[in-house]
Design a protein around this ligand. Structure first.
Ligand code: R5P
Length: 311
């Protein structure tokens, strides 16, 4: 099955999009020289959805794009129904492109009695019959391990590296990981940037309240700090890191984070923080009301399209 998919021509593929991030799906399709295929999402008065494939997909290799960001459960259910509808319509193979993979943070049992959400999602997707998963900046390698099918794990770090190279390299900047969990990420980015120096903040999060605190930085930081993270959710991590960096007399702080989850008051917190600029990607669609002047969005469409082309 995988060989057949590998040998298929891009122009013979079909690409479908769920409703969570249609602009990105359209951009991926454009980069592939394709147009989005037809899909009907009918909403019943009680909120239940009926999914119907409007194009012929019999014996075709198909791509489905759906970010499973908030509302996570709803976006997952929609994806599940799209995959089921495609399967019933006789597709040859299905590649699920999940640019932001919801529930990825619960990748193991942190405290006795918890569910491992990632494993549950992996089981459902595999049992529905997807052949391959493409995702961007997964929280940990445990997510890939939860699957038995091929997982293409892309990273926005190459996009960030190019951007930083163009704008920052000559200005003495230091990469900063806002927590110990991001050390691997920051080391990879540092290598991409001719060993740009890096430092790490020791962050603590209270598992019960979600409260974030940080007091220690390991490594020397120059006048400019480039904080890199996989996602911004409540904004607490960036807010705490910024306060600590300012306390340490860092003059300019820039933030690069792949996934703009932006829950609750995050946009307000980020705009009012002492950060100069926040760069995120379009793995999650940011609606107008969540955009703010300090925010700039870089696209992962080409990165995803290239990985589809070279599969
Ligand atoms: C944590 O391990 C992640 O890498 C992010 O730092 C975290 O999820 C960001 O969340 P928040 O914005 O709520 O602090």
């Amino acid at each position: 099955m995988l060989r057949e998919f590998c040998n298929s021509k891009i122009e013979e593929m079909k690409i479908f999009s769920g409703t969570s991030n249609q602009p990105l799906a359209e951009n991926i399709a454009k980069n592939l020289g394709l147009q989005l295929s037809g899909l009907e999402v009918f909403v019943f008065p009680d909120g239940e959805k009926r999914i119907r494939i409007l194009d012929k997909v019999l014996d075709e290799n198909v791509i489905v794009v759906q970010s499973t960001s908030s509302p996570t459960d709803e976006n997952y259910m929609q994806l599940f129904f799209i995959i089921d509808a495609l399967k019933r319509s006789g597709t040859k193979s299905i590649t699920a492109v999940i640019p932001y993979f919801g529930y990825q943070r619960q990748d193991h049992v942190f405290r006795f009695g918890e569910a491992v959400s990632v494993k549950v999602i992996a089981k459902i997707l595999e049992s529905l019959g997807i052949n391959k998963l493409i995702a961007v900046d997964l929280h940990s390698t445990k997510i890939e391990e939860a699957f038995n099918i091929p997982v293409i794990h892309l990273s926005a770090l190459s996009i960030f590296a190019k951007f930083i190279k163009d704008r920052f390299e000559k200005k003495s900047a230091t990469l900063v990981s806002p927590d110990m969990g991001g050390v691997r990420r920051i080391k990879i980015l540092s290598e991409m940037l001719n060993n740009m120096p890096y430092a790490v903040i020791e962050k603590n999060r209270d598992l019960a309240t979600g409260f974030v605190s940080a007091e220690k930085i390991t490594g020397k930081i120059g006048k400019k700090a480039i904080v890199v993270d996989d996602m911004i959710s409540s904004g607490g991590t960036i807010e705490t890191a910024t306060k600590l960096l300012k306390k340490n007399r860092i003059e300019e702080i820039y933030v690069f984070a792949t996934h703009p989850v932006f829950s609750n008051q995050a946009p307000k917190i980020l705009q009012e923080s002492e950060v100069e600029k926040i760069y995120v990607t379009d793995t999650i669609f940011v609606p107008k009301e969540k955009r703010f002047p300090k925010l700039e969005i870089l696209s992962v469409a080409e990165l995803i399209a290239e990985s589809i082309k070279s599969a």
